[in-house]
Every structure is written in structure tokens, then in C-alpha cells.
Design a protein around this ligand. Structure first.
Ligand code: NAD
Ligand code: DAU
Length: 350
């Protein structure tokens, strides 16, 4: 591929995907389109920003005119669409923003691809990056497969489910060559400290309470972000048009068990007394409509494209903790200003 467009490339997962593509494919021009919301941060990409095959475009996917001009000017071979509002708690407070960015923004990109790519779209690919949350919530048994019926239960997951439906509709109606992947919870460097793991790392550093929703019994299936980026690369290169691929870590953890491990790692790394961080654990009011369990069957991706996660969880968590401890300036930058208002509204006013 000569030219690819990555949306949301300044965010958490997007920045790891951009880095992988820029470094692995020096002959491919990688365009990172991002409007730099609170979650987008060019500091995530300083190591590759001067590479000759990297280009940054500050642009909003809601701006259809600019998006159209961009597609008219550049003949992208592929779009990797990651730009989104991504935090469930924010979607509970402000659903409309999620409808705008996640649904309308996706449809804007689909329209641009449909209108400005030459039919019959030979050699083109529109890759939509989605989430396992579209499948709803599991009980104590079972796994999400690619054929599990959609049952989104938060404004965030409803907006992602809707965008998935539009992507499939453009494939069936207009023949647009699309592929979708639905991934489980990611963790790793550069994740904004509104999500469980980086929020708790930051609070432990600051010796602030660790707000565990409900009884801490909800289960998530965790995947190291670089493993997700490698899966995205594989699906981009070898996935089949019109197909969906589930991506997951075979790595289910009850929140409270994960938090205990994280506390132990943090105590060790910070040279604090064993058990110190655990004293910060504070049970708080549950998230509204809190999904009990997510777990992915990634068998199709393994069988058809040979993908497997590479890291054991404790190793991945240690790498993640090391990154945050070695990048305190990054953490301070993203937790100053507006973050303080978010934190106050979300945790201190409850
Ligand atoms: P993130 O919130 O860290 O980053 C989102 C990026 O999109 C930011 O850089 C932001 O500036 C940009 N953006 C937001 N609105 C935009 C707009 N209107 N125009 C242009 N850019 C805009 O998100 P993430 O956690 O990296 O998730 C990336 C994608 O992967 C999302 O689509 C999300 O639904 C999906 N996903 C995330 C996870 C996870 O665990 N984080 C798991 C599965 C799927
Ligand atoms: O499953 C994939 C999804 O994973 C992605 O699509 C989302 O973009 C991503 O945000 C993530 O959603 P979750 O809601 O699972 O992630 P979060 O880190 O917000 O929460 C993980 C679990 O931890 C969840 O059960 C809620 C709980 N939690 C979270 C926070 C922020 C707490 O107990 N306390 C907290 O303060």
C-alpha cells in the first residue's frame, strides 16, 4: 500500500498503530488524522514525528467538507478508522458527543470513501476498529464470537454498534470493501488516565483513593496494546473484505484481582511497604448499567490469520507500570487542566 489514512492516530491505540505502520512500512505514506480532543496527544508520537513517511493532519471527522477534499486530493489505499469517543463513563454523562463522533463521523468517512474512491474499489480497504462491548454483557459462562448478536448496553457501545452497522451496510449496499475488528480491553503505555489501569497507576503514585466500582467483581479480557496493533496490521494485510474478526487476550480478570496485582507491582516499583497500595482501595457507587463480563473468542483470527497475543499479563502490566513511572512528565501534562474538572465530577462529587 502506498498511502494509508489512520484516524485517531494521536490517541492511545491509534498512536501504537501509527508507530507500527511508519516503522514497518517505510515505503508507505502514513497520514494521521486527528482533531486532538482531550484524548489525543502528539507527545505520543515524538519518536516518529520526523520520519519522512509520516504526516499529521489536524482535522475533525465531523467536518465532511474537509474530509471530502482530503479524499479527493489523496488517493488513499486504505483507511484505518480508530477516531472515536472511547470512555464509557463519559458516554453516560454526555451521550450526544458519542453519537456525533462515533456514528456521524464514521458515516462521513464512509461517504468520502464511497464518493472519491474509484469504483469498483480495486485494491482499496476501509478498516473499522471496533469493540467487544457491542456484544453486550456475558454471564459467568461463554465467549463472544463473530456471530454473537449485538446487544450494546451503554451509550458508548450503542454508538460503536451503530457505526459497525453502517460500515456493514455500506459494504452490502454500495460494495465498499470493508473489514471490521472487535477487540477486548487494551492496556499499555500512553493510555489516558481515565481508564482503569492508568487511573489506578496515577492514583497510587499520588497516594489517592482507588475507586472500585460496585464490588469489583466485573470481568474484563485484557490485551496489551502492541498485540492489538499487530493484529490490526495482520487484518489490514490479510483479512477478507466483508469479514469481522474478534481480537482478545484469552486473559480474563475480575477487576478486584487485577487491582491487587497492580498494587503489588506498584509497591515493589515504588519501594513502598508491601500492602501499602491496597490500603487505598475504596469501593464506590457502581457504574450505571455496568456490564458484568466481557470475554472474546479470538479463534477465527488465530485459525485464519495465525494471530496470537505475545505477552503474559503480569509481564505486560510490569512494562506498563514502568512506562508510566518513566514518563511522569507525560502523566503530569495530561492530568493538569481539564482532567481535574473531569476527575472532580466523576469521583469527588459522587
Ligand atoms: P482514545 O480515546 O485514546 O483516542 C481516540 C482518538 O480519536 C484521540 O486521539 C482523539 O483526539 C481522536 N478523535 C476523537 N474524536 C475525533 C474527531 N471527531 N475527529 C478526529 N479525531 C477524533 O481511544 P482508544 O482507546 O485509543 O480507542 C481507539 C479505537 O479503538 C476506538 O474506536 C475505540 O472504540 C476502539 N477500541 C478501544 C479499546 C480500548 O480498550 N481502549 C478496545 C477495543 C476497541
Ligand atoms: O472492552 C473494550 C472496551 O474497554 C473499549 O471499547 C473501551 O473504549 C474501553 O474504555 C474499555 O471499556 P471498559 O469500560 O471496560 O474500561 P474501563 O477502563 O473504563 O473499566 C474497566 C473496568 O474497571 C470496568 O469494569 C469498570 C471498572 N472501573 C473503571 C474505572 C475507570 C472501576 O472499577 N473504577 C474506575 O474508576
Amino acid at each position: 500500500m502506498k498511502k494509508i489514512l489512520i484516524t485517531g492516530g494521536a490517541g492511545f491505540i491509534g498512536s501504537h498503530v501509527v508507530r507500527l505502520m511508519v516503522n514497518k512500512y517505510p515505503q508507505t505514506q502514513v497520514y494521521n488524522l486527528d482533531s486532538l480532543t482531550y484524548a489525543g496527544n502528539l507527545a505520543n508520537l515524538t519518536d516518529i514525528e520526523l520520519k519522512p513517511n509520516y504526516f499529521f493532519l489536524k482535522m475533525d471527522i465531523l467536518d465532511q467538507e474537509k474530509i471530502n477534499s482530503l479524499f479527493e486530493e489523496h488517493h488513499f489505499d486504505a483507511v484505518l478508522h480508530l477516531a472515536a469517543e472511547s470512555h464509557v463513563d463519559r458516554s453516560i454523562t454526555n451521550p450526544l458527543e458519542f453519537i456525533h463522533t462515533n456514528i456521524l463521523g464514521t458515516v462521513n468517512l464512509l461517504n468520502a470513501a464511497r464518493n472519491f474512491w474509484n469504483k469498483p474499489y480495486e485494491g482499496k480497504r476501509f478498516y473499522h476498529i471496533s469493540t467487544d462491548e457491542v456484544y453486550g454483557s456475558l454471564g459467568s459462562e461463554g465467549l463472544f464470537t463473530e456471530t454473537t448478536a449485538y446487544d450494546p448496553r451503554s451509550p458508548y457501545s450503542a454508538s460503536k454498534a451503530s457505526s459497525d452497522h453502517f460500515v456493514r451496510a455500506y459494504h452490502h449496499t454500495y460494495g465498499l470493501p470493508v473489514v471490521i475488528s472487535n477487540c477486548s480491553n487494551n492496556y499499555g503505555p500512553n493510555q489516558f488516565p481515565e481508564k482503569l489501569i492508568p487511573l489506578f497507576i496515577n492514583n497510587i503514585i499520588q497516594m489517592k483513593p482507588l475507586p472500585v466500582y460496585g464490588k469489583g467483581e466485573n470481568v474484563r479480557d485484557w490485551l496489551y496494546v502492541e498485540d492489538h496493533a499487530h493484529a490490526i496490521d495482520l487484518i489490514l494485510q490479510k483479512g477478507k473484505n466483508g469479514e469481522t474478526y474478534n481480537i482478545g487476550g484469552h486473559n480474563e480478570w475480575k477487576n478486584i484481582d487485577l487491582i491487587h496485582i497492580l498494587c503489588k507491582i506498584m509497591d515493589k516499583k515504588l519501594g513502598r511497604e508491601p500492602g501499602h497500595s491496597e490500603t487505598l482501595i475504596t469501593y464506590v457507587k457502581d457504574r450505571a448499567g455496568h456490564d458484568l463480563r466481557y470475554a472474546i473468542d479470538a479463534g477465527k483470527l488465530q485459525r485464519e490469520l495465525g494471530w496470537e497475543p505475545s505477552l503474559q499479563f503480569e509481564e505486560g502490566l510490569e512494562k506498563t507500570v514502568d512506562w508510566y513511572l518513566n514518563n511522569k512528565a507525560w502523566l503530569e501534562q495530561v492530568t493538569s487542566g481539564e482532567y481535574q474538572n473531569f476527575y472532580h465530577q466523576q469521583y469527588e462529587k459522587r
